[in-house]
Write a protein of this length. Structure first.
Length: 296
């Protein structure tokens, strides 16, 4: 046994998941090391340092091409991580869609990571990576797809600057999944037994990206997703929600809203525009960072 092996046993490091183990929680992979969290869009990248105990420290935002940003900020980023590991949220060039009649065998949501063709059948495209969320009550699924080329470019840009990619996810998709879990956290039979199933509109905003999902009872019926859709001005998102609600036979009974950070003006504007709809803002401090780092 080497000195390092002995030290790892004494500090319990030998019993932790490997840093690049995609099946393990980020906080279990790096319980004491500082790591870097990145949210990479088309022309903007934001970042935060995650320290021991789940504390979110220094961060920032820079506009421009990611490769150029990574090169210029590499010295600063390396100081924000003890061992160079990064958790990347992809915020551009992805698609979130609603699909029907995909295979639903047990464990299919894990199978899609290693064998996407088996999960998607004819919908599979070789040049993409996928994630899947099945509706447990109906034959609909939410599918995330992103270009393999985009992921490889991000990994290469980090590697060229002595940084390592421990996870690549899609923050908007992650926040949508958490919002769905919240919307269905009550008695699973309540919606089935209701005389008039509640119609919910789930809205996710993440640094320029937006995703909206309609759920009536426990049925998903419509999903709209756009990346690089807005900047500081949220008017395009408001108009997108307004048009959808006004085109429906009746406004949603409740609008569930989350954003990457608190402070969006959209919940107040939606409350004023749709007084018959309950608007619930579920955004918490550091909402995006906390969820991609498995803190909540």
């Amino acid at each position: 046994m080497t000195l390092k092996d002995l030290k790892d046993v004494l500090t319990f490091a030998a019993f932790r998941p490997e840093p690049d183990d995609g099946t393990a929680l980020w906080t279990r992979r790096f319980p004491v090391e500082k790591t870097l969290l990145l949210n990479v869009g088309k022309n903007r990248t934001s970042w935060r340092c995650l320290a021991k105990g789940g504390r979110l420290l220094d961060g920032g935002l820079q506009r421009g091409d990611f490769k150029d940003i990574a090169t210029s900020l590499a010295p600063e980023w390396r100081k924000l991580t003890d061992t160079g590991w990064c958790n990347v949220s992809l915020n551009s060039r992805y698609i979130i869609s609603l699909e029907s009649n995909l295979p639903r065998k047990e464990g299919i949501e894990d199978v899609i990571r290693t064998s996407p063709r088996a999960a998607l059948g004819s919908k599979f495209e070789r040049s993409k990576r996928y994630a899947l969320t099945n509706n447990p009550e109906h034959a609909t699924s939410i599918v995330l797809s992103c270009e393999e080329e985009v992921i490889k470019k991000i990994e290469a840009a980090l590697a060229e600057n002595s940084l390592q990619t421990g996870r690549i996810c899609c923050g908007t998709y992650t926040l949508l999944r958490r919002l769905i879990e919240h919307a269905n956290a009550d008695d699973p039979n309540a919606q089935k037994n209701a005389a008039t199933p509640a119609q919910l509109l789930l809205v996710v905003c993440n640094e320029g990206s937006v995703c909206m999902l309609t759920q009536t009872g426990d049925v998903w019926s419509d999903l709209r997703s756009r990346s690089d859709f807005y900047d500081e001005n949220t008017e395009p998102v408001f108009e997108m929600i307004r048009a959808k609600c006004e085109a429906a036979e009746s406004p949603p009974s409740e609008i569930l809203f989350v954003a990457d950070q608190p402070g969006s003006d959209l919940p107040a504007r939606l409350t004023e525009k749709f007084p018959d709809s309950k608007v619930t803002d579920l955004t918490e401090s550091d909402h995006l960072w906390a969820h991609i780092a498995d803190l909540r």
